[in-house]
Design a protein around this ligand. Structure first.
Ligand code: F6P
Length: 292
């Protein structure tokens, strides 16, 4: 096969930003953060005219198939494109938000929650030694997966996610009850997209019912989207990348390669949608027990 790298995502597809690559181009990059392909958010590709321009570039370059690596926006784009044009796509789910259906893990999520967990551990040291409350804001405009994963792994006292409305009465109860039990530190994790308005707003709320306490704020931001990938992410990316190419060679068309119960699974692209953290009764019971 001849391979071209499409740089800057759909923007590069529209402008013909292609460079030939081979096996050497991807040697010694597995430990790197970011992407050698670059990325972009493309408003043009949302339009029919933009997608037509992309199709013309694909035809001109004689591209037979596209391997798409991305999150919800990328998959929405691919779904629109394959309805209009006959160019096969194989999708690989990659987003720290972990909010793609038909896979249990997206590439990047494990690294992001490890970064956030390490940060929480470090904040815990000051919180514990100085008996302070901290509100830590993690990424996730629409998704609570990072807050949930890092909150659980970091032993947070409360976790606020966009998928549910924050119960402020319960938050107050949890914090007071923790303090009354002589806890030396309290950490609340809030996803950036939580309807409470993020860490600054939550800190104001906490201050209003615990005015004599120090309430610190830490917004982790884009440090969660960079850095050397975890071993689990490297393994997942290797497996999904390999399976995507094998699938293309077998003649599979317009599917996403995901992983469920450690088994590779192919799902038609038109079925892929944004996945929300499933706040089941079981999860709630577990959170209640563990965040105590
Ligand atoms: O899609 C991943 C994500 O990190 C979200 O969690 C976050 O809200 C968003 O991207 C931030 O995007 P940008 O860097 O374009 O502001």
């Amino acid at each position: 096969m001849d391979i071209v790298a499409i740089q800057h995502g759909y923007e590069g597809l529209i402008s013909g930003d292609f460079i030939p690559i081979n096996a050497n181009s991807v040697s010694n990059i597995i430990q790197l953060g970011g992407t050698i392909l670059k990325s972009s958010r493309s408003d043009q590709f949302r339009t029919k005219e933009g997608r037509l321009l992309a199709y013309e570039k694909i035809k001109k370059e004689q591209i037979d198939a596209i391997v798409l690596i991305g999150g919800d926006g990328s998959f929405q784009g691919a779904k629109a494109f394959i309805k209009e044009f006959d160019i096969p796509f194989i999708g690989i789910p990659k987003t720290i938000d972990n909010d793609i259906s038909d896979t249990e893990m997206c590439i990047g999520y494990d690294t992001a929650i490890n970064t956030a967990t390490q940060a929480i551990d470090k904040i815990r040291d000051t919180a514990q030694s100085h008996q302070r409350i901290f509100i830590v804001e993690v990424m996730g405009r629409d998704s609570g997966y990072i807050a949930y994963g890092a909150g659980l792994a970091g032993g947070a006292e409360a976790i606020l996610v966009p998928e549910t409305k924050a119960d402020l009465k319960n938050l107050e109860y949890l914090l007071r009850e923790g303090w009354d039990r002589d806890k030396s530190s309290l950490i609340i994790i809030v996803a950036e997209g939580d309807e409470s308005g993020g860490a600054i707003k939550v800190a104001e709320i906490v201050k209003s019912f615990m005015p004599s306490h120090y309430v610190g704020i830490c917004i982790l931001g884009h440090i969660q989207r960079g850095g050397s990938p975890s071993a689990a992410d490297r393994i997942l990316a290797s497996k999904l990348g390999f399976e995507a190419i094998e699938a293309l060679l077998r003649g599979e068309r317009n599917v996403m390669v995901g992983i469920k119960r450690n088994e590779i699974q192919f799902t038609p692209l038109h079925r892929i949608k944004r996945n929300h953290l499933n706040i089941s009764d079981n999860l709630l019971r577990m959170m209640k027990a563990l965040t105590n």
